[in-house]
Design a protein around this ligand. Structure first.
Ligand code: RIB
Length: 331
């Protein structure tokens, strides 16, 4: 069956295509109420869907934004996306989601695709930080906002972030005050600035307490499967530990699964700390003690900033959110 066109509506009602188009675009023209009603009724009857590309070309606005995410399976990102979608839809914007699997090439491909689809702006959570991709965004003069993942010079781009180093220091203070000394730290991928910032928080706290030992640092990948594999490795290494601080909740959830399977009681035998405070952290047993990022607020702020910068391309703003300790059962 062929797609319903403007011409079909015009022919059925007996008016010109221009009249149908103007009625659909709410243009103030001299059309009688009954003709207007007929046109709208026919549009509904035939399920006519206007060509938004043609409209974007003529208005230079698509009322669509793109969100580029590194890993849709990680609930941190779906919680950010939820907030972005809430703000976007209440401001009359549609959203296109793109998942990159942390791959630079996929990021580049999606940035180009979104720009070619004439989106009004992009929210970018990079999983493979590359200045080349930031350059593509900048040279196309498309408004964009980074969330969560820092670039080298954050002042040069609009962004919404959490204070990662401070967050890990908060978690470490809590562990140290509880008398934990042999604390391992599982980082995120070390090509990401946030992983370096979180590791720095750990090093600061352990050095201050005179306990820093680089053998207690393990490089993870921010995924639950990675948390599972690395925890098995940590246990195999036979390093005696009081606690494991995972650089995000997803890895902590994998770690808890392994520790419990191996017969550890949490927190009696070993404590576990996470980072993020994704919703599921409070639904597992034992409930995860973690450092919270205000995930929903970060997503909401990012979308608001993007919409503002679509309207005013001169905006240059960075927003920093404070982390907080959430005490539950694993320490
Ligand atoms: O869980 C995903 C992690 O990567 C989060 O900690 C978030 O900060 C992101 O960068």
């Amino acid at each position: 069956m062929k797609k319903v066109t403007l011409k079909d509506i015009a022919e059925k009602v007996g008016v010109s295509k221009a009249t149908v188009s103007m009625v659909l675009n709410n243009k103030d023209i001299n059309v009688s109420e009954s003709t207007r009603d007929k046109i709208l009724k026919t549009v509904k009857e035939l399920n006519y869907i206007p060509n938004s590309v043609a409209r974007s070309l003529s208005t230079n606005k698509s009322n669509t934004i793109g969100i580029i995410l590194p890993d849709i399976e990680n609930s941190f990102f779906s919680e950010v996306a939820r907030a972005i979608e809430d703000v976007a839809s209440s401001s009359n914007y549609n959203v296109i989601f793109c998942n990159t699997d942390n791959k630079k090439e996929k990021e580049e491909q999606y940035i180009k695709l979104l720009i070619s689809k004439l989106v009004d702006g992009i929210i970018f959570l990079t999983g493979a930080y590359s200045s080349d991709n930031i350059k593509i965004l900048k040279s196309n003069n498309i408004p964009f906002v980074l969330v969560d993942r820092y670039v080298e010079n954050p002042k040069e781009v609009n962004g919404v972030y959490c204070l990662n180093e401070k967050g890990v220091e908060l978690g470490m203070d809590y562990l140290l005050n509880k008398g934990k000394k042999r604390i391992a730290f599982v980082t995120g991928p070390m090509n990401l600035n946030i992983s370096k910032q979180r590791l720095q928080g750990y090093i600061n706290a352990m050095t201050k307490a005179n306990l820093y030992n680089e053998d207690f640092v393990f490089e993870g990948d921010f995924t639950t499967d990675g948390g599972i594999d690395l925890t098995k490795e940590i246990l195999k290494s036979n390093i005696k530990l009081d606690a494991i601080f995972y650089g995000n909740d997803a890895m902590a959830l994998g770690g808890i699964k392994v520790l419990i399977r191996e017969g550890y009681k949490i927190p009696e035998d070993i404590s576990v700390m996470g980072f993020d405070n994704v919703k599921i952290s409070s639904f597992i047993q034992p409930e995860l003690t973690t450092v919270s990022q205000p995930i929903y607020d970060m997503g909401r702020a990012a979308c608001t900033l993007l919409i503002d910068s679509i309207d005013d391309k001169t905006i240059n703003k960075q927003i920093y959110f404070q982390p907080e300790l959430v005490i539950r059962d694993t320490v």
